[in-house]
Design a protein around this ligand. Structure first.
Ligand code: MTE
Ligand code: GUN
Ligand code: MOS
Length: 726
């Protein structure tokens, strides 16, 4: 967006300590800097300085007495330009008294530092008799969203206490609500507008809000427009990432190796505030079974409060983390009982009509069918045999293959968020202005909504336009998240179309063209605007009671990946990946294939090369692409095939045109690359005298891979791949 007249720039003054008391703040040098207009801190907040993204209001907009992480926002310098503001912000002198801090999950457990809300799902009797019991631990790291466009906000003070906020947010509604509270104004004075995002991936579901509040405070006092766009290193350091997890599991089998019981404790690293972490944990608890029937389950989830950036939503939202834990217990147990990975998984698949540990019956359960279709299509058995041959001949390069399934529950775990709105205006020339509650961030939502509207009104696509997402067009919209946006907004759009169609029925019956229909209806004074609404039916899970429906339905799929690992360097190449998914009756298969490819690659990056590292003082080390490795072009599987389940029914699916949510579910399938790497290592370890099972933390970086080879070089180095660092 071009610069507005009189626009100022805001640069954040950030904590340099992980946990400390603020003794003094000296802004004199900063304010003396030419071009600097003002410094604002907690004393300058007109309304409420405290907010929370979900269950707890435990976050200050500006730190008042204490800071809880490196990068927490203490104040803002407002100046004529970005360069001046940033230079002056560095001149603000802050004195601290350091307090004890914790960075990792293990440190938080030792210090008993938790968010005070433990969630659990308990079904059956986990102490039921089992023939064999296995225990283990799974550790997996966080992930930076790395949207191409960093967090950015522009606030325009329009006078008369009206504020217009342009924000790169997935959550215009909550931005409006929190800004109103922070400014001490009512929500009807604040409009939040979103044209489109250069990617969100969950990182803009809540973490844009503090930035919007701060620019609003600056605009409130200066009465001028104020903008801030975070630099990449700032964005990575302060805006939060995927929650790292640690899962302790104890799994019981019967004498036929069927799963009988799962007793598990999940821990996530929430960072300094609760943000969405408890909801992430809820979703994790609901995905700890993955696709396996376990009659007796006790799953307990605790969120560790640590002194790092506040972790948040990232595509999958706890689902992939829990699926990883499930697939590591499946992998390690298969190794310990000496059964093939595939056989152990297949014999434990859920069957149609069985209920999950959260007591939801599985309907249209096609996972086994789609899995076997993929196994066949990808020529799995023959390729596995070929890999065994290859590995016998090759000492320093080993290949591995994996076949990994997933299911993903579609719905917000917070009941009230499962609602959506839409607005249609038809103008006299027949053109249609469509608005709905969802944000376009590259996932193709607007295209799908235009398709739904065109189908609903029976008009061509090019007669419909979406200008932007805005709180003054659709009120109380949920965040664009949980992969449910096209389901929910699609139904709201359809509802608006239905209302209009009812009013236009008589004109349609005359066989008029669309333009004629609209023209006659206008002169007959027919209302040509409609407000659509939808609430997802049937939902209402009760935590604790383990009753009521948690998810509207499940999206499911499976992936096969084959890799070659260089045992000397720990590097790897993805030879081929195949993905097969059930997306119902897809509204737009091209978009959906793009979503599968993108999510897969993100999941692959998360589980292989992307690693966030921290200094012991709590400062994030990996603050840019130089030392944080997202996938590049050469990481893409050399052969990459995407397909949809064939010959499947969707009787129970009650979504718009029976399409299914796609945005997040494929992400976990990218970890099939990790499991293939692990499989290659298993062959290497066999040869190197370590035939037993082993655990390999995620991500499988070259360092971790090299250290897990089990050869004399790795062993003699005595550098154990360090467990438990997060
Ligand atoms: N695709 C692109 N290109 N950019 C994004 O930021 N976000 C993902 C996914 N796909 C994202 C994306 C996430 S985290 C979610 S929840 C869904 O899109 C949200 O959109 P939907 O509900 O329309 O699927
Ligand atoms: N993203 C994915 N799932 C969820 C969810 O259940 N709640 C929220 N707020 N965001 C999500
Ligand atoms: Mo996606 S993590 O639900 O924004």
């Amino acid at each position: 967006m071009p610069t507005l007249h009189n626009e100022l720039y805001g640069a954040m003054v950030l904590s340099s300590r992980a946990h400390a008391k603020i003794v003094s703040i000296d802004t004199s040098a900063a304010l003396a800097h030419p071009g600097v207009k003002a410094y604002y801190g907690h004393k300058d907040v007109p309304g409420n300085n405290v907010w929370g993204a979900a269950m707890f209001d435990d976050e200050e907009i500006f730190a008042s007495e204490e800071v809880h992480c490196v990068g927490q926002i203490i104040g803002v310098i407002v100046a004529d330009s970005q360069v001046i503001a940033q230079e002056a912000a560095r001149k603000v002198k802050i004195e601290y008294i350091d307090l004890p801090h914790v960075v990792t999950i293990d440190e938080a457990i030792a210090a008993d530092s938790f968010i005070p809300l433990t969630k659990s799902i308990v079904k059956g009797d986990v102490d039921a008799k089992c023939a064999k019991v296995f225990e283990g631990q799974t550790r997996l790291g966080g992930q930076e969203q790395f949207y191409l466009e960093t967090q950015v906000v522009l606030v325009n003070n329009k006078g008369e206490s009206e504020f217009e906020i342009y924000a790169s947010t997935q959550n215009a509604n909550e931005t409006q609500a929190v800004v109103a509270s922070v400014l001490g104004l009512s929500a009807n004075k604040i409009a939040c507008k979103v044209k489109r995002l250069g990617g969100g991936f969950g990182g803009k579901e809540s973490r844009t809000i503090p930035l919007a509040c701060i620019m609003s405070i600056a605009s409130y006092h200066t009465k001028r427009p104020v903008r801030c766009m975070l630099d990449r290193n700032e964005d990575m350091a302060i805006s939060g990432q995927r929650n790292p997890f640690m899962g302790k599991w104890k799994v019981g089998l019967d004498e036929n190796n069927k799963l009988v019981a799962l007793d598990t404790e999940l821990y996530l690293n929430a960072g300094w505030s609760s943000d969405l972490s408890v909801a992430v944990m809820e979703r994790a608890l609901g995905h700890i079974d993955n696709v396996y029937y376990i009659p007796n389950v006790r799953a307990v989830g605790r969120c560790c409060r640590t002194n790092i950036h506040s972790n948040t939503a990232f595509r999958g939202f706890g689902g992939p983390q829990a699926n990883v834990i499930a697939e590591t217990y499946m992998t390690e147990i298969a190794e310990r009982i000496g059964m093939s990975q595939e056989q152990f998984r297949e014999m434990n698949f859920y069957k149609e009509g069985q209920t999950t540990h959260f007591n939801q019956e599985l309907k249209d359960w096609h996972l086994p069918k789609g899995y076997f279709q993929l196994k066949e299509k990808s020529n799995f058995d023959a390729r596995k045999a070929a890999i065994e041959e290859f590995n016998k001949q090759s000492k320093w390069r080993k290949r591995g293959i994996s076949l990994i399934p997933t299911k993903y529950g579609i719905s917000f775990t917070a009941l009230h968020l499962n609602q959506a709105g839409a607005m249609i205006h038809i103008y006299h020339d027949g053109s249609v202005l469509l608005s709905h509650g969802g944000v376009e961030m590259g996932q193709g939502l607007h295209t799908k909504m235009i398709q739904v509207c065109a189908e609903g009104l029976q008009i061509p696509l090019d007669m419909i336009h979406i200008v932007e997402t805005s709180t003054d067009k659709v009120a109380n919209a949920s965040p664009t998240a949980a992969s449910a946006s096209s389901d929910m907004n699609g139904m709201a759009v359809k509802d608006a179309c239905d209302q209009i169609n009812e009013r236009l029925e008589a004109y349609r019956a005359k066989g008029l063209s669309w333009k004629e229909i609209v023209h006659h209806a206008y002169f007959d004074r027919v209302n040509l605007s409609a407000n659509g609404f939808y609430k997802v039916p049937d939902l209402g899970y009760k935590w604790g009671e383990n009753k009521g429906q948690l998810f509207f339905y499940f999206t499911m799929g499976a992936a096969v990946s084959e890799v070659e690992v260089d045992l000397l360097t720990g590097s790897h190449t993805v030879i081929r990946s195949d993905v097969n998914m059930d997306l119902g009756r897809s509204i737009n298969p091209s978009i959906d294939i793009g979503q599968i490819e993108g999510a897969f690659i993100q999941g692959m990056g998360w589980s292989t090369t992307e690693e966030s590292l921290y200094f012991p003082n709590g400062r994030l080390f990996t603050q840019g692409p130089g030392n944080y490795k997202i996938p590049g072009f050469q990481c893409i599987p050399q052969e990459f095939n995407i397909s949809f389940f064939e010959d499947v029914t969707h009787e129970s699916v009650k979504t718009v045109y029976k399409s299914k949510g796609v945005g997040e579910p494929p992400l976990f399938l990218g970890t099939s690359v990790y499991f293939a790497i692990r499989n290659a290592l298993w062959y290497a370890r066999q040869e190197n005298g370590h035939p037993g099972s082993f655990s390999l933390s995620l991500p499988a970086t070259p360092e971790r891979i090299r250290m897990a080879v089990g050869d004399s070089i790795a062993e003699s180095s005595k550098l154990e791949a360090k467990q438990g660092e997060r």
